[in-house]
Unconditional design. Structure first.
Lengths: 94, 471
């Protein structure tokens, strides 16, 4: 039963993230929305792992890998945003 | 021995790519060339290996990861090696290529090889992300606000696509408890969880392949990037997500891939062919034109996939040569598009302008590049004696056998559009009245690299029998 609650919450998080992504125009908001989506997917994986009595280790390993991947991509996105901001402050770069 | 070759395909470019980032700048070109040369050799070597499955670290399949070497992955790794090798030569003689390029490019190359080898849907996601990060960073190498904006947009679309894909992976694991593609394919049953997984994974990959209506990031990202990067992105990186679509629709989800599902792909493909063609006909800039033509040709590839899915679902044609046709089309497009982008970049550099109205004089003084562009356009539109012709012929005969008259018409109109916007560009070199203007000095070896790729797209048309019959 609780698996269903967590799974539905996870899908809800994905949809919230997607809504935020579609609605937002600022880069930072878009990155954060993607992260909310990511949290939803990770939560789904963890909910699925908890179905067995000792929790299934494979989805947990997937989530760990996924977090590492998401952090690197987020860092790249933030670096690009900072560079964009520096262009906006100092148009002579262009 | 073959394990070492397969491992080397991924490890070798990553090691040398990392080294280029820490070595002093006068060694960077040497290390980059060594990395590219080794990866090229390994990529060509792997084509001759027998098909096999390799379990990493000897962990059994449900828990461990496995790599699969079959006809599709061998051909695509070989193709990436040849096209990537020639683009590396171009980047080597290009003075505007910063030294960071080599680390990113070799990283992307290693990621692509790993992506073609993997037989596990989660590992596929990881390699796809690895490739995205290096590809986005390569776009951002151009020091301009427009390029940075394009790179950021590319990143956002790509990350969203990856999240959709990962959601599908989670659903698959929840439903079947395995991630190995072969086992998934055996156990696949038609139910709503699997259908949802197919839908979200397809949407994710369509966004990464830049299929209409999720294409809007491509023209910006591919045209703002450095020339070598444009060629890498358009010829190779796009194909990796398309390869994912192939694996999903023809292998993992083959049970769910019905004729009506293939219709959806066909409609998206047709929209891409017409919209991309229209934009290429109306744009005022050189590299935009080439980038929009990629949007149209991605539609062409997807149309071929839709036909193959239909053929597989109805079992109406003999399935032996189906994947060969798709891989052949991918190869034809990769060679012609990289040649076109490299030639366009050389002309653009010579003219010092990206606007079609200002490059006429430079076109007339770059005969080799114009020849390369002509061959590329001929191959892309499927005229005889090129790889594109054989791909087009295969596609049309498949459509004929399936009696898919509408898709046949779309494919033919796509060829006409390609000729039309190709002619629009080539015509500039034939105009008698152009304004003489000072040209920037550009090494003629760049023209030759583009011509080499274009000639391969022609030679491939003559030496095709070994591919269709040999594998």
């Amino acid at each position: 039963m609780s698996v269903w609650i967590y799974s539905l919450c996870a899908l809800g998080l994905v949809l919230i993230g997607l809504y935020g992504l579609v609605r937002s125009h600022h880069g930072l908001q878009q990155l954060l929305s993607i992260n909310v989506m990511g949290s939803g997917v990770f939560m789904l994986l963890l909910a699925l792992a908890a179905r067995h009595a000792p929790a299934d280790a494979v989805p947990q390993a997937l989530v760990l890998t996924g977090i590492v991947v998401a952090i690197s991509a987020l860092a790249l996105g933030l670096a690009l945003l900072r560079r964009l901001a520096s262009y906006d402050e100092d148009p002579s770069h262009e | 021995m073959s394990e070492w070759v397969m491992a080397g395909l991924v490890v070798w470019p990553l090691i040398w790519g990392a080294l280029t980032l820490i070595l002093p700048s006068r060694w960077v070109l040497f290390a980059g060339a060594l990395g590219a040369l080794g990866t090229l050799a390994l990529g060509v070597w792997v084509v001759s290996l027998p098909p096999q499955i390799m379990t990493l670290g000897n962990w059994p399949t449900p828990l461990g990861l496995s790599w699969r070497l079959d006809g599709i992955s061998q051909s695509l790794i070989g193709l990436t090696a040849v096209v990537g090798g020639l683009i590396s030569v171009y980047a080597g003689v290009d003075k505007s290529c910063p030294s960071v390029f080599w680390g990113l490019w070799l990283g992307a190359w290693g990621a692509m090889n790993a992506l073609f080898l993997t037989a596990d849907v989660f590992h596929f996601y990881v390699t796809l992300e690895l490739l995205t990060v290096s590809a986005v960073a390569m776009v951002a190498l151009t020091p301009s606000a427009a390029a940075t904006r394009a790179a950021f947009r590319y990143l956002v679309v790509s990350l969203t696509g990856s999240m959709f894909f990962l959601l599908g992976v989670a659903l698959l694991y929840g439903r079947y408890g395995v991630l190995d593609m072969a086992i998934l394919s055996e156990q696949m049953t038609m139910d709503w969880v699997s259908a949802l997984a197919l839908a979200v994974m397809t949407i994710g990959l369509l966004a990464k392949t830049a299929v209409f209506p999720l294409h809007s990031w491509l023209p910006q990202a591919h045209s703002e990037a450095l020339t070598a990067v444009s060629a890498i992105l358009s010829a190779l990186v796009i194909k990796t997500a398309f390869y994912g679509l192939m694996r999903l629709w023809l292998d993992v989800f083959a049970t769910l891939a019905t004729v009506s599902a293939s219709m959806v792909l066909g409609i998206l493909a047709s929209a891409a062919i017409f919209w991309g063609g229209y934009q290429a006909l109306t744009t005022s800039r050189l590299k935009r034109l080439v980038a929009w033509s990629t949007v149209a040709q991605v539609g062409g590839l997807l149309l071929a996939l839709a036909l193959v899915v239909q053929a597989q679902a109805t079992h109406s044609v003999q399935t032996a040569s189906l994947w060969q046709g798709l891989v052949w089309l991918i190869g034809a497009h990769a060679l012609a598009k990289s040649a076109w982008f490299l030639a366009a970049g050389t002309v653009q550099k010579r003219a010092g302008s990206d606007y079609l109205t200002q490059i006429g004089f430079a076109m007339q003084h770059s005969p080799i590049s114009v020849f390369a562009m002509t061959l590329a356009v001929v191959s892309l539109s499927g005229l005889p004696f090129t790889m594109g012709f054989i791909g087009k012929w295969w596609l049309l005969s498949l459509a004929w056998e399936l009696q898919a008259w509408l898709w046949m018409l779309v494919s033919l109109l796509g060829s006409l559009l390609t000729l039309a916007y190709g002619w629009r560009l080539l015509n500039l070199s034939l105009m008698s009245r152009v304004w003489p203007q000072p040209l920037n000095p550009v090494s003629v070896s760049k023209d030759w690299v583009a011509l080499g790729l274009a000639l391969l797209a022609v030679i491939g048309g003559f030496g095709s029998h070994w591919f269709w019959e040999g594998i």
